[in-house]
Design a protein around this ligand. Structure first.
Ligand SMILES: *[C@@H]1O[C@H](CO)[C@@H](O)[C@H](O)[C@H]1NC(C)=O
Ligand SMILES: *[C@@H]1O[C@H](CO)[C@@H](O)[C@H](O)[C@H]1NC(C)=O
Ligand SMILES: *[C@@H]1O[C@H](CO)[C@@H](O)[C@H](O)[C@H]1NC(C)=O
Length: 484
């Protein structure tokens, strides 16, 4: 079960005060629940193994023999099997769990004393069969808005207890065989539900320690708080998470809000995650504020075979002043966002619009950078992103590029004439970088093992992950495998 809740850990909530639209939606399907059941059964099995069977002793009066004192001690569970279990969703409540035909083997010592001084002893085997456990796991949030699970309405029934004595004195066994069976049955029945309840409530300390705010890198952290209570429906459990990036230690609201979006009715994967454009844009807002959305284009970034080099010779052909004042010098271009880039999701198409300044420098012999001109560039880049195997791939293309002159240090010149050459330089250098950045941004969501700061889940690997870009959000459907 822990695994299921670990999957749900993505929801780790904060106080439920804010009621904004979620930036991220997570859906756990029946299939996910089923995987959780498989993992949960192992946990439950070990919890049930810890059942302590009390020693018992008593007296029975037997014809002819008289008073017989008996005791059964040191009974331990040697084997336990939970072969049939099912989980289901209980709309509005949580998860139902039902275990049937479970069995246990137990072994201990027996002793009898009779006729004042006669003693017999040996070992005892108990075979418990037809064990049935049913319960519901209620999913709630506590005062602070964190998820809390509890087991409610647990019922345990022991079907049959078969008792087998080993040792001398078989004629005596039958005298209390059924009595012992009954006592054990009652003792076991009483202890099962508390163990089940404990196995469930033991997940809570884990859930409580999960990070609500996770560090992404030096500049950003992401908030995973829940913006409302989880919704348990017939086919799935849905969680609405804030999914907002913040500058570390500085929680400034961006000038845009999360638009509503709904996950499609799909349930072939264990888990679905919808990442809205709001989440992506909050990242853009944060990185732009941090002033890190900039890049220096240098000549070594341009493929060797390209005839176009980033030199004053190339640019001097268009702006003679450059060739005249700085003959044969290498150049460098700084591209920097002016404001947060805007990301939009349309079916199969992710578009990044950015307003950047482009500052061209000549690198002088002593290493100083002498600015040549500043261009204001309005650009838009589109990406078609998909997952192949376990890798995120995509193609990025430049949709538009319009320049206006910001400032010139080399006299007046025709900006238009620069267009083609800049386009080429950008295509050769910045686009691959955007490509890498887009991948970096998206990769964490599809490759959690790459160190994206999800709350401590153990190791979660994504299997059969698919990614689709839909209107206003990116949908990731995946199965998961936990490795402890
Ligand atoms: C993606 O969307 C942008 C903006 O709407 C558009 O300019 C571009 O042509 C689209 N790209 C593809 C491959 O559809
Ligand atoms: C570097 O060289 C340029 C021109 O040769 C000169 O104007 C500038 O002052 C020099 N800078 C330093 C720090 O020496
Ligand atoms: C973007 O990256 C992918 C994967 O590394 C690559 O296949 C693709 O060609 C790249 N696209 C561009 C335009 O660089």
């Amino acid at each position: 079960m822990l695994a299921v809740w670990c999957v749900l850990a993505l929801l780790v909530p904060l106080p439920l005060s804010q009621s904004a639209n979620p930036g991220v939606k997570v859906r756990l399907t029946q299939k996910g629940l089923e995987y959780g059941r498989q993992l949960g059964m192992a946990t439950l099995q070990s919890k049930l193994k810890s059942i302590k069977v009390p020693d018992m002793s008593g007296k029975v009066r037997v014809k002819v023999v008289g008073k017989v004192e008996y005791s059964v001690t040191g009974v331990q569970i040697t084997n336990i099997g939970l072969p049939t279990s099912t989980v289901g969703l209980v709309p509005g409540t949580g998860v139902s769990l039902s275990i049937r035909n479970a069995y246990m083997s137990l072994r201990g010592r027996w002793k009898v004393k009779f006729c004042r001084f006669l003693k017999l002893s040996g070992s005892i085997d108990l075979a418990v069969s037809g064990l049935t456990i049913t319960t519901q796991i209620k999913l709630q949030s506590d005062k602070t808005g964190r998820p809390v699970v509890s087991s409610v309405n647990c019922v345990a029934r022991v079907g049959r207890v078969k008792v087998k004595f080993h040792g001398r004195g078989s004629w005596l066994y039958n005298l209390f065989r059924s009595k012992i069976g009954k006592v054990f049955r009652k003792a076991l029945q009483k202890q099962i539900c508390p163990r089940v309840d404990k196995a469930v409530s033991d997940m809570n300390p884990r859930l409580r320690t999960l990070n609500v705010l996770a560090k992404v890198d030096r500049f950003a952290e992401i908030e995973y708080s829940m913006v409302g209570s989880p919704v348990v429906a017939k086919q799935s459990i849905d969680f609405g998470l804030k999914g907002q990036f913040y500058n570390i230690g500085k929680h400034q609201q961006p000038p845009f809000a999360a638009p509503p979006f709904a996950l499609p009715a799909q349930n072939t994967n264990m888990l679905y995650m919808g990442l809205s454009s709001f989440t992506a844009n909050s990242a853009g807002f944060v990185y732009n504020n941090a002033g890190v959305l900039s890049i220096y284009i240098t000549d070594d970034m341009i493929p060797k075979k390209s005839p176009i080099r980033l030199t004053t010779k190339t640019f001097g052909a268009l702006i003679p002043e450059i060739a005249k004042r700085f003959p044969n010098r290498p150049m460098k271009i700084l591209v920097k966002t002016v404001k947060a880039p805007k990301i939009t999701f349309e079916p199969d198409n992710m578009t990044l619009q950015a307003m950047v300044t482009l500052t061209a420098y000549v690198i002088q012999t002593n290493g100083t950078l002498q600015p040549l001109f500043v261009l204001n560039v309005d650009t838009s880049v589109s990406g078609h992103i998909y997952i192949t195997g376990a890798k995120l791939a995509g193609t990025v293309s430049l949709n538009k590029l319009s320049n206006t002159l910001g400032k010139s240090y080399v006299g007046p010149f025709q900006v238009k004439s620069l267009g083609n050459i800049l386009l080429l330089v950008l295509k050769l250098t910045v686009i691959p970088q955007v490509n890498v950045t887009v991948q970096k941004l998206c990769l964490p969501t599809v490759s959690l093992q790459k160190g994206f700061p999800l709350p401590a889940l153990g190791k979660m690997n994504l299997v059969n992950a698919q990614l689709h870009i839909l209107k206003d959000y990116m949908l990731i459907g995946t199965d998961v495998r936990f490795t402890p």
